[in-house]
Unconditional design. Structure first.
Length: 733
């Protein structure tokens, strides 16, 4: 190794005074000094920090992590104090950030618009007080962040409305960190940033028929289905889908829905023989002109509505809170429905749940069209929900399992306005009109992503249960580095560790600098879904490497017929690819679709001996490592290495090296290069490279393999190891 490496010391002795100084906390992200937003995200770091404590607005200190998101704030002065804790329990000096939250009253927010329309009082024997809003469709996914948190593809197919990019990893904190698109939108609903709420329901499915009237089958040999899209979007003409109303007669007693409240209405386990109450869910044809006042004609299952009718679905959420919890284990127990007297009147909240809150309800309209009807009856016969756990038929109609999920992301002042005017004054507020001279901003189209209907909407894990052939649960046959030739310079390292698959993405951040994300998961039903995170590094804490904050980022890899997925239908010639994997990644609120292939193309062979895999220095020096790969082409071996390390701020970076010849034979030296490339969501473009160091691999047959490396980018970022052990982390090829 070079002589400069001899000056490196792996572990530095730090004096108590220097250690205390290293605990100085600094903010890397904070709200502006003046904002109308009721939520704030703060990121911070401190050299030598083992953990952090935070205090909001002078309250007691509690453990916290960076980034920290606070929400549901009231107008006024706010402050947060942060201090770092060392491994020995000592505390650093306080760092404080202050900001002023201005009121949105008087239209002080871009998502409020002036209106001269004055809502009329509610009609007799109708709603007691109500706000109706419209939302466009956002996306569909086999996710449910309430029921299956962190478990992508574990749920039946849901259709999401409201906040963009809600997925299995979404939490109330990440809901308030979802970044705005280029057009300023974070939601498909009226209100946009004032209404970061998430709404989702099971997908309505119709049988798919061929032109001759026969039933079509999907690629698994099972009956094929299509998703029936609700009438949503378009502020002027579309159906208002979400209502906020009074569930009890005493309008003055109704409280705003608390920030962060989550709940489920309806029962996904219900069947036609165990129907749900019409006070919770109900179906009806629009031509029935059903109403609670004078025509209570409703069905617990999907009725046969004929062309050109609309199928209507209503879901009513409970509106009595226990006054303590924002959620519960079953997402229901903290809420209750009002109780009525013997005559079904005078609804009031039970003693167990004494706090009346605004009632949420969903009201969908599904158009009956020639392309989604039963050919024989021109009706909704055979329609079902993705959550129906029974075989739908004429004797057992679909739809019995209707339910809905909701998480509150409303700005508290906007929610209070709903209570004070539309509900409190008994008004019938339409089209986002708050009844105070202001109207919520309009709807916006969401990403519109809708995956294929698999196994009657139950998802890939259920393939083979409905007459088709079960899909094997494959592992990639070629482990190592994968890339999308349409996005050169980015890629993933795909390795197996026992029965799990390790995914390491090497990519570029918005500032064009290298960064990496890491996760581990298991393939099920031809799909690998892995939560991924960035990691930061601090040598004076344990463990030295940690996930960098709360994240809903994830990578999904499809091994089941990837060439049929949209990511691989982009017109790029991949005829010489050995195999393909379709990737959908959701990172930093952005959705990526890449078509991946292994680094060696057709005609390449693995070198012998083959060092392909992930390598690290053992448990005593974990958190960094190497991806190694060798392959032979035209009689010549080529070896590559990606070093995953951390810069001076503890941020994960990577550097690339290559050499002609095998990487697993004797002494191998590679020059390391740093890169500046285009970000993941940017248009492909050129990247810059420069030498920054060297890695030396010493393979000892029958002994312990060793590694030495140094990296210095000339900008204060130095990483080195001297005579460190080199151990394989992944399975052998």
């Amino acid at each position: 190794m070079r002589s400069r490496f001899a000056l490196a010391v792996l572990t530095l002795a730090v004096s108590p005074a220097a250690f205390a100084q290293s605990l100085a906390t600094r903010f890397t992200e904070a709200p502006p000094t003046t904002t109308s937003s009721a939520h704030a995200t703060l990121a911070f770091q401190a050299d030598g920090a083992q953990s952090f404590e935070c205090s909001l607005d002078g309250a007691g200190f509690a453990a916290c992590a960076s980034p920290t998101t606070v929400f549901g704030l009231a107008p006024g002065e706010h402050s947060i104090q942060v201090r770092a804790l060392a491994l020995d329990g000592s505390r650093g000096e306080l760092a404080e950030h202050r900001w002023t939250q201005s009121s949105i009253a008087g239209g002080n927010h871009p998502d409020l618009q002036r209106t001269s329309q004055v809502p009329a009082p509610v009609a007799p024997n109708s709603w007691r007080g109500i706000l109706r809003i419209n939302c466009d469709f956002s996306h569909a996914a086999y996710d449910d962040p309430l029921v299956y948190p962190g478990r992508a593809w574990a749920a039946h197919l849901h259709r999401f409305y409201g906040l963009f990019d809600v997925n299995a990893g979404t939490t109330i904190q990440t809901m308030h960190r979802t970044p705005a698109r280029g057009d300023g939108r974070v939601s498909s609903c009226q209100g946009n940033d004032l209404n970061r709420s998430a709404y989702w329901v099971p997908a309505v499915l119709a049988p798919k028929y061929a032109a001759d009237g026969s039933r079509e089958h999907d690629r698994f040999g099972e009956p094929a289905w299509i998703q029936v899209e609700a009438v949503v979007g378009g502020d002027d003409e579309a159906h208002e889908v979400f209502y906020y109303s009074a569930g009890i007669d005493d309008l003055e007693a109704i409280q705003p829905l608390p920030a962060g409240l989550g709940m489920i209405a309806g029962d996904m386990r219900a069947t036609p023989s165990t129907p749900q109450s019409s006070a919770v869910i109900r179906w009806h044809c629009q031509t029935w002109q059903s109403s609670d006042a004078d025509n209570a004609r409703f069905s617990a299952t999907i009725p046969e509505c004929t062309l050109p009718d609309r199928l209507r679905a209503d879901v009513f959420f409970p509106s009595c809170l226990n006054g303590v919890d924002l959620d519960s284990e079953d997402h229901r127990s903290h809420m209750a429905y009002p109780e009525t007297d013997a005559n079904g009147r005078n609804p009031t909240c039970p003693a167990s749940h004494p706090v009346p809150v605004v009632r949420v309800s969903y009201h969908y309209a599904f158009p009956v069209k020639p392309e989604n009807t039963d050919p024989a009856t021109q009706s909704t016969r055979g329609w079902r929900l993705s959550s129906d756990a029974y075989e739908a038929g004429t004797a057992t109609p679909g739809g019995a399992s209707l339910h809905g999920d909701w998480v509150n992301g409303w700005h508290p002042e906007a929610m209070q306005a709903i209570v004070d005017t539309c509900i409190g004054q008994g008004l019938d507020c339409h089209d986002g009109n708050l009844g105070n001279g202001w109207r919520l901003s309009g709807t916006a189209e969401g990403p519109g992503i809708a995956p294929e209907v698999i196994a009657q909407g139950m998802g890939p894990r259920h393939v083979g249960h409905f007459g088709g052939e079960a899909v094997p649960q494959p592992l990639p046959t070629l482990r190592g580095l994968w890339y999308d030739r349409a996005r050169d310079g980015h890629g993933i390292d795909l390795q197996t560790v026992a029965d799990s698959i390790m995914v390491l993405m090497y990519s570029y951040a918005e500032d064009r600098r290298t960064e990496w994300l890491f996760g581990v998961g298991q393939a099920e039903g031809g799909i690998l879904s892995v939560p991924v995170a960035r990691f930061d590094y601090e040598p004076e804490r344990l463990p030295r490497q940690r996930p960098a904050g709360d994240s809903s980022d994830r990578i999904d890899l499809r091994f089941d017929d990837p060439a049929s997925h949209a990511a691989c239908l982009d017109g790029v010639d991949r005829a010489d690819a050995l195999t393909l994997v379709a990737m959908e990644a959701r990172i930093d609120g952005q959705t990526l679709h890449w078509c991946l292939e292994p680094l060696p193309v057709a005609g390449h062979e693995r070198a012998e001996p083959d060092c392909t895999g992930s390598w690290y220095a053992g448990e005593q020096d974990s958190g960094w490592g190497l991806s190694l790969q060798s392959h032979a082409y035209g009689g010549e071996d080529v070896s590559v290495a990606i070093l995953y390390y951390y810069d001076a701020t503890g941020t994960g970076r990577w550097a690339f090296g290559s050499v002609r010849g095998p990487a697993a034979a004797g002494l191998v030296t590679m020059d390391l290069h740093d890169y500046r490339g285009y970000c993941r969501s940017c248009e492909p473009g050129p990247y810059e490279t420069r030498p920054v160091g060297e890695v030396q691999l010493r393979w000892n047959e029958g002994g312990e393999d060793r590694v030495e490396l140094w990296l210095d980018d000339g900008q204060g970022n130095v990483w080195f190891r001297q005579d460190s052990p080199l151990q394989r982390l992944s399975d052998p090829p």
